[in-house]
Design a binder for this molecule. Structure first.
Ligand SMILES: [Zn+2]
Length: 286
């Protein structure tokens, strides 16, 4: 049985705000099954520094290269950031599909004149859609759930803006100080912090050695062993999924698409992590 409250993680916020079709609908439907849905500000911070940054990156590439083809080539050349590459490529495909759908009413042809070639219509509309997506998703971030909880005093929610050269910027997207405000709250939870550290240590080898788990375990260990430790912005980000396990209220489910990473952490603290798919299969559509 699902609980009446959901503690919403970054994957759900992302699917709701910047994904299309199936993923978006599933997130929306799953959220609707809960009486109360809580979004911690930490998820907003993660969303802006990660997924929304990919949308911004795509817009800036489109602006720089002035072409969809060259943007795709530039993205595939970006080998060092596989995640960003895959996400941006998928997004450009989604946006091209969206543009195709909206073109049935021919309004774009009217706007750009009959002589406008297909490629430049697509380029202009994809560029515009990417920019709108950046602004609109940010604007909607606080209305995805019934409430936004757990503000972070070291993080300011600043809207995306256009720089003088037309490029989009998401700054600031980090903690304001070199000692994140989470440290105080984490010190109060030292037993839970230890449980999570142990839980990561007990993961199967393939999961335990994932870079994010190695970093997460290190910072969890240091929180308890170094009394004067400071949490930097990258430590704050590396805590990631652990933050949701630690700060999810007892009477809530962690709602996430990333069950594999969340479940062992949530379970270590006697909490539950559940995916939209699982929520919807428990309560069939009427
Ligand atoms: Zn912080």
């Amino acid at each position: 049985m699902i609980k009446s409250k959901a503690f919403v993680d970054t994957t759900i916020l992302t699917n709701r705000l910047i994904k299309f079709r199936g993923e978006k609908k599933e997130a929306k439907d799953a959220l609707a099954k809960y009486e109360i849905t809580e979004l911690p500000v930490y998820a907003i911070k993660e969303f802006k520094a990660g997924p929304l940054d990919y949308v911004k990156y795509l817009y800036n590439k489109l602006l720089e290269t002035e072409s969809i083809g060259l943007t795709i080539i530039a993205l595939t050349n970006n080998f060092r950031q596989k995640n960003k590459q895959a996400t941006s490529l998928k997004l450009i495909g989604e946006l091209l599909e969206e543009v195709k759908l909206s073109r049935t009413n021919n309004s774009l042809k009217a706007k750009y004149g009959r002589l406008a070639d297909e490629e430049s219509i697509s380029y202009d509309s994809v560029k515009l859609e990417t920019k709108l997506l950046t602004y609109k998703s940010w604007k909607k971030r606080r209305s995805v759930t019934t409430t936004v909880v757990q503000p972070l005093s070291c993080y300011q929610e600043t809207a995306p803006f256009e720089e003088k050269n037309g490029l989009l910027s998401l700054k600031p997207n980090k903690c304001k100080t070199d000692n994140c405000c989470l440290i105080e709250k984490l010190r109060e939870k030292r037993f839970d912090v230890t449980k999570l550290k142990v839980a990561i240590g007990n993961l199967p080898e393939a999961l335990k050695t994932k870079p994010e788990n190695v970093k997460r375990q290190k910072i969890l260990r240091e929180i308890n062993s170094k009394p004067s430790i400071k949490i930097s912005d990258s430590d704050c980000r590396n805590l990631g999924d652990a933050v949701f396990a630690l700060f999810c209220p007892e009477n809530a489910d962690i709602l996430t698409t990333n069950i594999k990473d969340h479940k062992p952490l949530a379970n270590a603290l006697g909490k539950t992590a559940i995916s939209p798919e699982q929520v919807l299969s428990q309560i069939p559509e009427k």
